[in-house]
Design a protein around this ligand. Structure first.
Ligand code: GLU
Length: 484
């Protein structure tokens, strides 16, 4: 049997780390088993669904390298793979469940439901729907409905009864129907609930494995009940452990960024994100934390997923990102950094500038944990309007020895013929000897004057990349401002 797995984002916000992890596990299992990975869109919540969020989810999957074989954007035998285009199908299923007496109309008003819920709570009884409309003869229910009385459709959950299933991650699960009320499958406006739409999709798309967050565990008996009522085979379920922050509390905005987009914008490499997400509930084994996509595919099994909560720690992700950054070829690092530099300076780089950047990029590659850190180190190369870091100016250029250092450096560098870092280094070291001054006091003023900050790639390489003329212009300008 070919395995068929899916991810079903609701486009009501930016793609969440937790959903990306679910997508990844489904994808890994589909690839491991030579199966099919499907992306569908759960957009029945029309009030909150937005096309830009759908786009964000698809972009996020593509960025992570999670390609899909069927679904939104790539097609397949089931139309657009958007729930909003399948409303007729959900209604059709609802009607056949009604015809089979597996579902019934409920005319209770929200106020009545509220009152009875409160009453049940006070008396310590279960507060779910009490089944009052279940006993209305179907002919009179049909008449009331036809006469325009507002009604929702509820599933008639078999009573007494229980739903059991074997969760791949959590083992034997048992839900007594005493705790599963006759839940709504069609709202009074005729729209399907998540339970109905999701289950009908899983049945129609012949999903064999549903791997999703543990927060949906209590929905699963409902989905199994609908599946059985439709006469369809029940898929295998795997509920993935919830994500926690480093403080041991459930992952939320309080912990910082929780969207894939934010990490992408922060210069995390997709390979690093892929690798890190794979470790949220799964482990490669043998104490190996860094592995390739192919290695993960070869080893991954849903049955190896842990049921213990997984900790999402942005600091560990950054560490891993640093490992991946250093592993890139110099060209690849430069290519991937360019968009971040361009974003920071607000324009595209010319081909010449790209070459200059490629020359200094290897020096930066060793120093950064993400690609956002690259731009501040190189903007001095691409603008002549240097913004001086106030603290660096005060501490370094404000020192009494700074004017003399700059004057001596200008004099030395003016005489340099071939502008490469060895020659520049020799000239400036000669200056240090002349002035009998240490490297910190003698070189930092040059760095700050030329780059605007005391943090930059190594000095001699920076000056080489900047060129003789621009270096001297900046030194003279700052020397003038210091009045030397
Ligand atoms: N749209 C649901 C979500 O994003 C999907 C749940 C499921 O996988 O069934 O949470």
């Amino acid at each position: 049997m070919t395995t068929r797995l899916r991810i079903a984002p609701s486009p009501t916000g930016l793609l969440h780390i937790g959903n990306a992890r679910s997508a990844l596990f489904n994808w890994l299992y589909a690839r491991h088993t030579g199966g099919v990975f499907i992306v569908r869109i759960d957009d029945t919540d029309t009030a909150r669904s937005r096309p830009e969020y759908e786009q964000d989810a698809l972009d996020g999957f593509r960025w992570l390298g999670l390609d899909w074989d069927e679904g939104v954007g790539v097609g397949g035998p089931h139309g657009t793979y958007r729930q909003s285009d399948r409303l007729d199908r959900y209604r059709q299923v609802a009607e056949s469940l009604l015809a089979d007496r597996k579902a019934y109309w409920c005319f209770c008003t929200p106020e009545e439901l509220e009152e009875r819920r409160n009453q049940a709570r006070q008396e310590g009884r279960p507060s779910g729907y009490d089944g009052r409309c279940r006993t209305i003869p179907s002919e009179s229910a049909a008449e009331r409905k036809a006469a325009g009385e507002p009604a929702v459709l509820r599933l008639a959950v078999p009573r007494p009864g229980e739903t059991t299933f074997t969760d791949v991650v959590r083992g034997e699960m048992r839900f007594d129907h005493a705790n599963v009320d006759d839940f709504v499958i069609l709202r009074s406006d005729g729209s399907p609930t998540y339970h109905l739409a999701s289950t009908v999709d899983d049945v129609d798309y012949e999903i064999t494995h549903v791997a999703r967050g543990e927060d949906l565990l209590s929905s699963t008996p409902k989905h199994i009940l609908i599946t059985r009522a439709m006469g369809a085979p029940v898929p295998t379920y795997a509920h993935l452990p919830l994500l926690f922050g480093p403080d041991g509390r459930k992952l939320s905005k309080r912990h910082g960024d929780v969207s894939v987009r934010a990490y992408r914008d922060a210069g995390i490499l997709p390979e690093a994100m892929f690798n890190y997400l794979a470790l949220l509930g799964w482990s490669y084994g043998e104490d190996v934390t860094v592995f390739t996509r192919e290695e993960a595919i070869a080893r991954f099994d849903l049955s190896d997923v842990s049921k213990n909560p997984a900790v999402f720690d942005p600091a560990k992700l950054e560490w891993m990102n640093g490992v991946y950054i250093r592993d890139l070829s110099a060209d690849d690092f430069a290519d991937r950094s360019v968009p971040f530099v361009e974003r920071a300076i607000g324009r595209t780089l010319t081909d010449d500038e790209k070459r200059v950047f490629a020359d200094v990029a290897p020096l930066i590659q060793e120093r950064v944990k993400n690609l956002v850190e690259v731009a501040p180190m190189v903007t001095f190369l691409f603008t002549d309007e240097i913004e001086y870091d106030e603290k660096s100016w005060r501490k370094v250029l404000g020192h009494e020895t700074a004017p003399g250092v700059l004057a001596a450096a200008i004099e030395r560098l003016e005489q340099v013929d071939s502008w490469d870092h060895d020659t520049i280094e020799a000239a400036l070291r000669g200056m240090l000897d002349d002035l009998e001054i240490g490297a910190r006091r003698g070189l930092q003023p040059i760095r700050v004057a030329v780059t605007g900050s005391s943090v930059s790639p190594p000095l001699f390489e920076s000056l080489e990349a900047l060129g003789k003329e621009r270096t001297l212009r900046r030194l003279r300008d700052v020397a003038g401002r210091l009045g030397s």
